[in-house]
Design a protein around this ligand. Structure first.
Ligand code: ADP
Length: 650
C-alpha cells in the first residue's frame, strides 16, 4: 500500500496524448458540450451503482439519494461536477483516464486530416467523453473512490494535459467522483450560475438523475449572494426521457438524449418512441444516427441498446435485441418483464427477449420505410451511411426480406449516376411492357459496371439495369431471388432470349428478317466458332454469337445456373477454390470478329482469339492469367495497324 499512496507521475498512452492535443487546440466550436459529457459520465456512474447494488446493497453505504452536484467558484476559477455513483479504484482510474480502450482508435486518429472543420466532424463520430474537460480547462483534478472500498482508498488524479498525469491515494469519505475543472483564463465566462443552468437544461434535462446547484438570487448583486444560505435545487427535470409521455417531449430533448445514449455529437436522423402494453410491457426509444460511427465495420465493436429493467440500468450494448444488419440503431429499451438480475447469457436464450426483438426489428424497419416515404433526402443520407449494412438484411432475416428489399437503393442505367437512389419500386414502375425480370450487373466499381459490354443491348433497347458495385451486392443478390414476384437476373448470366419483349415493335416481317439474319450468321460463323473453341481449348466452355453486343467485339457470360464471374472473384478472394469456364460471346457485326473468320494464318487466328477472350475478361474487371502476353500480342496488333497507317503494310 505504501507505494500506491505515494504520488506518482505517469505518461498518457500515445492515443490519449493525440486526443488531448486536439482538445487543447479547440476543435470545438461548441465548447459548452464539456458539461454534457461530464454529466453523462456521472449519470452512467449512478446507473452502474444502482445496478451493482441490486446484488450488493451495501454499496450504497447508507446513501441512496443519487444525484449530481455542480458547483463553481469564481475566485478559484473552478467548476466541479460531483457525483455519488460507482466511483473508481486506482486501477480503474489508470485504465479509464489514461488509456483509450476503444478498438480502432489508432485508425481513427490516423484518419484525422489536420483540417479543423473536417476533423470536427470526425471527432464527433468518435466521442471524446471525459477528455472534453480540456476544451475549457487547462488543469483537471479528479477525486474518486469506488463504492464499497474503504475511505483510505480514494484516488486523486490530476493532469495539465501535457503528456502526463499524477495519481495518488487519498482519503475520501464519500464514494463517487468529483471532477474539478480549472478553467483556462479565456473560458471564465462559464463561471456563471445562469449560464451553467442553461447548459444543464439544454443538454441534460432528461438524464435519469437530478442535477443540483446552489440556489442563487439572480436579482441581487454579486456581493449579497454569498450571504444567502447554500440551499440546493434541482435544475433539470431528472425524469428518464423514455418514461415521459411523447406529447411532452420536444425534438430538442429527443436529440440531446440521443447524444447522451449514443455518445454522439450530432443530432440523430430519426427516432421512434413506443410504449408497449399487453402481454409484455416495455418501452423503446430507438434512434437512427445521421452518421456512421468510425468503427461501424469493426467486428468486435460493442453494439446494441441500453437495457433497463423497471427503470434500473442493467447494461450497455445489449445486442440481443437487434440483428446484425441493424447494428447502427442506438437507443434504450426498458422492460417490465425481465428479472433485474438478468445476464447476457440469459438474454441469449429468452423467449421474452426473442419476442421483443422481433417487434423492435419491425419497428426499425417501419421507421425506415416511413422515412423513405416522407423525406427522401434524409433517407438517402441514411442510405449513404448505412446502406451497406442494411444490405446484409435479406441474408440474415428471411422473414423480413421483402420489407428490407423495399428499402434497398441502387445505381442504375436510368440516370447512370453513382448515387444509389433507385428503389426496386422505381425500377418496376419503369419496366417495359412484357418485362418480367429485374436486370442487374455486378462489378467491382461503379465505372466497371456502367461501362460493361453486357449493357450494350439493354441500353439500345431502353431496358433499365441496376448497376451494383458494392462488395456485398453479389452476396445480397444470392439471397434475394425475387421482389414483388419478379426474378432478379444478372445480365452476365445466360442467354438473351427473354429480351424479346424489349424489341421495337416494328413490323413482324422485320423481326422475322432479324431472326433469319441471325440464323444465317450462325451458319456463316459455324466453322469460325469451332476453330476459336479449339484455339482457346479449356479456357472457355463454349463460344457463340450474341445479339447482346452492339459496339464491343466480345464479352464473357456465365452459363445458366453458374456463378457470375464477379461472384467467382469474390469467392476466390475469400480463399475458396472456384473454377468455372465462361462462355465467350462474339458480336458478328464487329470488324475484328469478321476479320477472324477470314484469318487463315493459324498463329494469327490463335492470337486474335486469345485477345478477344482476354479483353472480354478485362472489361468485366477480371484478371488475366498471363497479362504480359496479352500486352505483347496487343502491341503487335497495334504495330500492325500503325505500319498500315504509314503505308508499310507487311
Ligand atoms: P466513455 O464514457 O465513452 O466510456 P470517457 O472517456 O468519458 O469515455 O470515460 C472513460 C471511462 O471512465 C468511463 O467509461 C468510466 O468507466 C470512467 N468514468 C468517467 N467518468 C466517471 C465518473 N464520473 N464516475 C465513474 N467512472 C467514470
Amino acid at each position: 500500500m505504501t507505494v500506491a499512496t505515494a504520488k506518482e507521475t505517469r505518461g498518457f498512452e500515445t492515443e490519449v496524448k493525440q486526443l488531448l492535443h486536439l482538445m487543447i487546440h479547440a476543435l470545438y466550436s461548441n465548447k459548452e458540450i464539456f458539461l454534457r459529457e461530464l454529466i453523462s459520465n456521472a449519470s452512467d456512474a449512478a446507473d452502474k451503482l444502482r445496478f451493482e447494488a441490486i446484488s450488493n446493497p451495501d454499496l450504497y453505504e447508507g446513501d441512496t439519494e443519487l444525484a449530481i452536484h455542480i458547483e463553481y467558484d469564481k475566485e478559484a476559477k473552478t467548476i466541479t461536477i460531483r457525483d455519488n455513483g460507482i466511483g473508481m479504484s486506482r486501477e480503474e482510474v489508470i485504465t479509464n483516464l489514461g488509456t483509450i480502450a476503444k478498438s480502432g482508435t489508432q485508425e481513427f486518429l490516423r484518419s484525422l486530416t489536420g483540417d479543423q472543420v473536417k476533423d470536427r466532424h470526425l471527432i464527433g463520430q468518435f466521442g471524446v467523453g471525459f477528455y472534453s474537460s480540456f476544451i475549457v480547462a487547462d488543469k483537471v483534478t479528479v477525486l474518486t473512490r469506488r463504492a464499497g472500498l474503504s475511505p483510505e482508498l480514494g484516488v486523486r488524479w490530476e493532469s495539465q494535459a501535457e503528456g502526463d498525469y499524477t495519481i495518488e491515494t487519498i482519503e475520501k469519505d464519500k464514494r463517487g467522483t468529483d471532477v474539478i475543472l480549472h478553467l483556462k483564463s479565456q473560458e471564465e465566462d462559464f463561471l456563471n450560475g445562469l449560464r451553467l443552468r442553461h447548459i444543464v437544461t439544454k443538454y441534460s434535462d432528461h438524464i435519469n438523475i437530478p442535477v443540483m446547484m446552489v440556489v442563487e438570487d439572480f436579482t441581487q448583486a454579486d456581493e449579497q449572494k454569498k450571504e444567502s444560505s447554500p440551499k440546493e435545487e434541482v435544475v433539470n427535470r431528472a425524469s428518464a426521457l423514455w418514461t415521459v409521455p411523447k406529447s411532452e417531449i420536444d425534438d430538442e430533448a429527443y436529440c440531446e438524449f440521443y447524444k447522451h445514449v449514443a455518445h454522439d455529437f450530432e443530432d440523430p436522423l430519426v427516432w421512434a418512441h413506443n410504449k408497449v402494453e399487453g402481454k409484455l410491457e416495455y418501452t423503446t426509444l430507438l434512434y437512427i444516427p445521421a452518421r456512421a460511427p468510425f468503427d461501424l465495420w469493426q467486428a468486435n465493436k460493442p453494439r446494441g441498446l441500453k437495457l433497463y429493467v423497471k427503470r434500473v440500468f442493467i447494461m450497455d450494448d445489449a445486442e440481443q435485441f437487434l440483428p446484425n444488419y441493424l447494428r447502427f440503431v442506438r437507443g434504450v429499451i426498458d422492460s417490465n418483464d425481465l428479472p433485474l438480475n438478468i445476464s447476457r447469457e440469459i438474454l441469449q436464450s429468452n423467449k421474452t427477449v426473442d419476442s421483443m426483438r422481433a417487434s423492435i426489428i419491425k419497428r426499425v424497419l417501419t421507421m425506415l420505410t416511413d422515412l423513405a416515404k416522407e423525406n427522401n433526402e434524409k433517407y438517402l443520407t441514411f442510405w449513404r451511411e448505412f446502406g451497406q449494412v442494411l444490405k446484409e438484411g435479406p441474408a440474415e432475416d428471411f422473414a423480413n426480406r421483402e420489407t428490407i428489399a423495399k428499402l434497398l437503393r441502387f445505381s442504375s442505367t436510368h440516370a447512370d449516376s453513382e448515387t444509389q437512389d433507385v428503389s426496386l419500386d422505381d425500377y418496376i414502375s419503369r419496366m417495359k411492357e412484357g418485362q418480367d425480370k429485374i436486370y442487374y450487373i455486378a462489378a467491382d466499381t461503379f465505372n466497371a459496371a456502367k461501362h460493361s459490354p453486357h449493357l450494350e443491348i439493354f441500353r439500345e433497347r431502353g431496358v433499365e439495369v441496376l448497376l451494383l458495385h458494392d462488395r456485398i451486392d453479389e452476396w445480397l443478390m444470392s439471397h434475394l431471388p425475387e421482389y414483388e414476384k419478379k426474378h432478379f437476373q444478372s445480365v452476365a448470366i445466360g442467354s438473351l432470349e427473354d429480351l424479346e419483349f424489349a424489341k421495337d415493335k416494328g413490323s413482324e416481317a422485320e423481326t422475322d428478317k432479324e431472326k433469319s439474319d441471325f440464323e444465317h450468321e450462325k451458319e456463316t460463323f459455324k466453322d469460325t466458332l469451332s476453330r476459336i473453341k479449339d484455339a482457346l481449348k479449356d479456357k472457355v466452355k463454349d463460344v457463340r454469337l450474341t445479339a447482346r453486343l452492339t459496339s464491343s467485339p466480345s464479352c464473357i457470360v456465365a452459363d445458366e445456373g453458374q456463378m457470375s464471374s464477379q461472384m467467382q472473384r469474390l469467392m476466390r478472394s475469400a480463399g475458396q477454390l472456384v473454377s468455372a469456364q465462361p462462355i465467350l460471346e462474339l458480336n458478328p457485326h464487329h470488324l475484328l470478329v469478321q476479320r477472324l473468320s477470314h484469318e487463315n494464318d493459324q498463329e494469327s487466328f490463335h492470337d486474335l482469339s486469345q485477345i478477344l477472350l482476354d479483353q472480354a475478361i478485362l472489361a468485366e474487371g477480371g484478371q488475366l492469367d498471363d497479362p504480359a502476353t496479352f500486352v505483347r500480342k496487343f502491341n503487335e496488333l497495334l504495330l500492325h495497324v500503325a505500319k498500315k497507317g504509314n503505308g508499310k503494310d507487311d
